[in-house]
Structures are given as structure tokens and as C-alpha cells.
Design a protein around this ligand. Structure first.
Ligand code: ATP
Ligand code: MG
Length: 275
């Protein structure tokens, strides 16, 4: 059933104890986020798929030494999934906090991924946590929680992606500081691919220039262009011994389109890059 799905997927805030999640900054996003955290400002990360939004939040939680609670939003996510619900047990009824409530109590960073997928009546429960009140009223129990120090709300979304029907209301948007994400400049993307895939510099560099050529196909009707994530996947396959052209067909070309002429054009670019 839909109820509790997200809570099950994200059972507890994880304190970032392990090694630093690798994140290569493109600008001053780390400093801006740190200032938002210190000043109790909620943050919205906007950018295409695979552009580093999730990695950035993981990195910032580690840097700020805060637990991170992630919720993947979907259209049947309810306010109760976020806030909590009464559970019926053999010995009575017990209240169970949802991930938002737990984050507010623990002073965690609560990251709502693809927030526009959630319905408006779910999203409005975030509002009192995002302004000076920093509180969460729980209607079902009558409790009002003051968010603990360190609590921060972060949402992400992918502008332009099926956005005809769904968008955030102005009253939600205007509660967040927005950080824009995009694919990094070539030399940075090359470094990321080397690091994430264990690829050599020449291969990473060639994949990045292929990526740029493929992204230019957007003008010819390619709806989804390759993200850093896909370039990393191609680099990983190559590093594991798969011939680079095959790796590109499988990891870059096929996932992006089913259209025969676009697939043909992409394969030609692969062949021209790795002769
Ligand atoms: N600036 C960066 N520094 C380090 N790694 C990066 C960076 N940008 C992208 N990556 C790599 O690309 C992968 C995809 O990034 P990530 O999962 O953060 O994308 P996303 O923006 O959250 O995408 P989606 O919208 O699909 O959730 C990461 O796992 C990481 O390997
Ligand atoms: Mg993500």
C-alpha cells in the first residue's frame, strides 16, 4: 500500500560517519548552502537528472555533520507519509513519526527528492517549517514540534521535465533559496568521470567531448540528453574491459532514445569520437 512506503524506504536519518562523499563544486554552491544552513533557510536544488543534486546534499550533510533523511516523492505520497501515523498493535495504538517529523526532532537535513511529484496538499505541510516559525503542527496528536537546531529542508526538482501539469505553487517556491545545477564545464566533468569511474584521463576527456556532441542533438529532437551519470556509466564499462564503442552504445546511446534515426546519429558520433 502507498501509506508508509517512503518511511520504509528511508527508515532513519543517517549520521554521516563514513568518508566524504566526493563532490566537485562548479561555483560557490557549497558556501551558499553553508550560509543557508547557518541562517535557517530552506534550499531548492534545480537541475537536470544526473547533474549532482543528490551527491551535493550527501556531501553537505557530511560537511555539516548532520544526519540526512531522504524521501523520494511520488504522486501518492500523503501528508501522513511525511508527518507520521498511528499504528495499531496488539497492545494498543502507537504513534510513529514520519521522516519529516523525525528530521525536525533530530535536527537532520530532510531531502525531498523530485518534490513536484507530490500533491499540493502534501507539500503544504512543509510550509510552517520553512519560515521563521520552524515548527511542525501534528494535527493527529495535537503536538507542535519546534525544529531542533540543524534541521534544514532541502527539495530538488528537474525543471522542464513533464512540467506541463505539475509545478510548485508560488507560495511554496518563495520559501526556498534556489541553487541551479547543470552539467559541469568540460574540464571538471572530465575530473569527475576519472574519479568516479576510475577512468584514464584520455578516455574521460573523449567521453566528455562525445557528451557535448550528443547534448547538441537536443536541437534535432533528442528529448533526453546524456547526463554526467551516463558518461560515468560508459566510463565504468570501459574501465572494466568492455571496448569503448560498445560501452557507449550500451550505456549512452540506447538509454537515451528508441528512435532509429536518433540512435543512428548518436552511434555515428560515438564512432567518430572513438575511431
Ligand atoms: N559535481 C559532482 N561531483 C561529483 N560527482 C558528481 C558531480 N556531478 C555528478 N556527479 C556524479 O554523477 C552521478 C549522478 O549525480 P546525482 O545522482 O547527484 O544526480 P541528480 O542531480 O541527483 O539526478 P536525479 O535528478 O536523477 O536524481 C553521481 O552519482 C556522481 O557520480
Ligand atoms: Mg537525485
Amino acid at each position: 500500500m502507498a501509506a508508509g512506503r517512503s518511511a520504509e524506504r528511508h527508515p532513519a536519518g543517517r549520521m554521516p560517519t563514513g568518508k566524504e562523499p566526493y563532490y566537485l563544486a562548479s561555483g560557490d554552491e557549497v558556501q551558499v548552502f553553508e550560509q543557508c544552513h547557518a541562517r535557517n533557510l530552506a534550499v531548492m536544488l534545480k537541475g537536470p537528472t544526473g547533474s549532482g543534486k543528490t551527491r551535493f546534499v550527501e556531501h553537505m550533510a557530511w560537511r555539516l555533520k548532520r544526519p540526512l533523511v531522504t524521501v523520494s516523492c511520488h504522486d501518492d505520497l500523503t501528508a501522513s507519509d511525511l508527518v507520521g501515523r498511528f499504528l495499531i498493535r496488539h497492545d494498543g495504538t502507537v504513534w510513529q513519526d514520519g521522516p519529516l517529523t523525525r528530521s525536525a526532532r533530530e535536527g537532520a537535513i530532510c531531502y525531498l527528492d523530485e518534490v513536484v511529484e507530490a500533491r499540493q496538499d502534501t507539500i503544504v505541510v512543509l510550509h510552517p517549517l520553512t519560515d521563521h516559525r520552524r515548527m511542525l503542527p501534528i494535527d493527529r496528536t495535537g503536538e507542535v514540534i519546534d525544529a531542533a537546531p540543524g534541521f534544514q529542508l532541502v527539495i530538488s526538482y528537474n525543471p522542464g521535465y513533464q512540467r506541463m501539469l505539475k509545478d510548485l505553487k508560488p507560495s511554496t517556491r518563495q520559501r526556498f533559496v534556489a541553487l541551479d545545477f547543470d552539467f559541469p564545464p568540460a574540464e571538471r566533468e572530465t575530473l569527475i568521470i576519472e574519479r568516479e569511474a576510475g577512468a584514464d584521463h584520455a578516455t574521460a576527456h573523449a567521453l566528455v567531448s562525445l557528451g557535448h556532441r550528443l547534448r547538441a542533438l537536443r536541437d534535432r529532437g533528442l528529448a533526453e540528453v546524456p547526463s554526467t551519470r551516463l558518461l560515468i556509466a560508459a566510463a565504468r564499462l570501459t574501465a572494466s574491459g568492455i571496448p569503448v564503442r560498445k560501452a557507449c552504445y550500451a550505456a549512452l546511446v540506447s538509454p537515451l532514445s528508441d528512435d532509429a534515426s536518433l540512435v543512428g546519429a548518436m552511434r555515428d558520433l560515438v564512432d567518430a569520437t572513438f575511431v
